[in-house]
Design a protein around this ligand. Structure first.
Ligand code: NAD
Length: 496
């Protein structure tokens, strides 16, 4: 305890929780209570050096990259169990940092964080090598060697869940990590690093560096010469800045960026299910989801029926105190973000920018934006073009499948799309035609950790998940052996 705030959370570097070298701290503001609740070490250049140095040493000389998948897997499984044991505390940290309803963090995010560690521990072990036996006297195998020191930069929207999604595969494949959580949601990262040590992870393997982004810990980290991989989740503009920083050293990077997903509701869909999933798609986590289906295109014959049911279902969601188990939607994550989302609503003009049909800022509580439905927006309207990252859905009618696909594909983003139809051929056809890394048919946000996850265009570079994570977090090496002693130089260059 530090007096003014409830607690202090340090960097975790080389197995020790530390202050910054210059003693600087920042605070995390609870967006519901409206005041700072935790104090955090604020990293500068020398703290970044210390964190990368610890990860470097743990990688170059430590046991983690050398202990093998089974031994690493046991530690990662212990960490998963500890995450479950400390579920309430972890959920509280994210809920207070960024307003996520506690019950949802407890039921969804914490179990998913544990699942990330279990899945990648097992997947890495089961896919550790690839053998290519041949009948020409050679034996070829691929070693998936750990890449080195991984810089993982995370956003604030699902703090623990997204951090574990990045660091679990990195660790499972034998890398060491410096995690820089978002400055709005730092607390669960320190808690996670404490649990990793308790699980038996050697010091220096998982380091947490706190601080801000530009000209601060985030930028120092991605520019650091000791970093071998950068995995980033956040805004597209930040992704561009990080790609520029990485370019100097050709550091490979994986970028999971913003989105502006469309849902296509066809007249032949099961309308009740289409409404249920579209409401989840638009308002889950108060719309602060990269995958949020904020553009909903509905085939004209069912447009009015859909709109009526969708608006009623949106109005039934309860916005309020994140600590209340009955709350569906908490406050937006920060005052700055609230202002940004309000800005989109202020632009609604009843004309081409769109008309507010339901929801909007809560007149009784300035902390809340209720589930909002916008209609009559022209295709160029800001609500249809820009990522709002709030509980705002725009519903638009369409006449043909081609038109719907063209509109869905008509933004620079390409993260995901949803299709609601009972027509099997249409489902496959549109899944092929829609631009993005994931297409959900008659569902949303259902994840299989083996599947590729990522985006195209402004939504990112690369894929993670299953073997895709393995490709990114390892340096694959081909070993070609003459096992029969029978081949000569005439075999060079010959392709099988
Ligand atoms: P953000 O880009 O503002 O910040 C993300 C992280 O980057 C933070 O830790 C921040 O400190 C750091 N950062 C900022 N500038 C940096 C720089 N120059 N160098 C290094 N680090 C820097 O994003 P946010 O507001 O925290 O998160 C919301 C965004 O994340 C939305 O655009 C959302 O779509 C996106 N997102 C994408 C995915 C995905 O999987 N594609 C998932 C979740 C969120």
């Amino acid at each position: 305890m530090t007096g003014q705030y409830e607690d202090f959370y340090g960097h975790v570097i080389d197995g020790k929780e530390t202050e910054s070298d210059d003693g600087r701290r920042f605070t995390s503001v609870d967006p519901w209570q409206g005041h700072a609740w935790a104090e955090i070490a604020e990293g500068g250049p020398t703290d970044t050096d210390r964190a990368v140095g610890a990860a470097r040493q743990a990688f170059d000389t430590g046991e983690w990259p050398r202990m093998g998948h089974a031994a690493r897997g046991r530690i990662l499984h212990r960490l998963a169990a500890l995450i479950e044991e400390h579920a309430a505390e972890l959920a509280t940290a994210d809920s207070r940092d960024m307003g996520r309803p506690h019950a949802q963090a407890l039921a969804k995010d914490v179990p998913r964080a544990a699942a990330n560690f279990r899945f990648f521990a097992d997947h890495a072990r089961l896919t550790a090598a690839e053998h290519l036996p041949a009948d020409n006297g050679t034996h070829v195998y691929t070693r998936y060697e750990p890449a080195g020191v991984v810089a993982a930069i995370a956003p604030w929207n699902f703090p623990l869940m997204l951090e574990s999604w990045k660091i679990a595969p990195a660790l499972a494949h034998g890398n060491t990590v410096v995690l820089k959580p978002a400055e709005q949601s730092p607390v669960s990262a320190t808690l996670l690093a404490r649990l990793a040590l308790e699980a038996g992870m050697p010091p220096g393997v998982l380091n947490v560096l706190h601080g801000h982004g530009p000209a601060a810990a985030g930028e120092f980290l991605v520019s650091h010469p000791g970093v071998d991989r950068i995995t980033f989740t956040g805004e597209s503009a930040t992704g561009r800045a990080i790609a520029r920083a990485a370019a100097d050293r050709l550091t490979p990077l994986s970028l999971e960026l913003g989105g502006k997903a469309a849902g296509l509701v066809f007249a032949d869909s099961d309308l009740d299910r289409a409404v249920t999933w579209s409401v989840t798609g638009a308002y889950l986590n108060a719309g602060q989801v990269c995958l949020a289906g904020s553009r909903i295109y509905v085939e004209r014959p069912v447009y009015h029926a859909f709109l009526e049911r969708f608006t009623a279902a949106a109005a039934a969601l309860r916005a309020g105190d994140p600590a209340d188990p009955g709350t569906d939607i908490g406050p937006l994550a920060s005052a700055e973000h609230h202002t940004k989302v309000r800005g989109f609503l202020d632009r609604l003009d009843g004309g081409p920018e769109g008309r507010l049909l339901a929801g909007g800022p809560d007149p009784d509580d300035p902390r809340l934006v209720r589930p909002t439905v916008v209609v009559d927006a022209a295709e160029e309207a800001a609500v249809l073009r820009q990522e709002i990252f709030g509980p705002v859905a725009t519903v638009v009618p369409f006449d043909t499948e081609e038109e719907a696909v063209a509109r869905a594909n008509g933004t620079p983003y390409g993260l995901n799309a949803m299709v609601f139809t009972e027509d099997l051929r249409r489902a496959h056809r549109t899944a092929g035609a829609l631009r993005g890394g994931t297409v959900w048919v008659n569902c949303f946000f259902v994840r299989d950790l083996r599947a590729p996850f990522g985006g195209v265009g402004a939504s990112g570079i690369g894929r993670e998940g299953g073997t895709h994570s393995r490709e990114f977090f390892t340096e694959p090496k081909a070993v070609v052996m003459d096992i029969a002693g029978a081949i000569g130089p005439e075999a060079t260059g010959a392709a099988r």
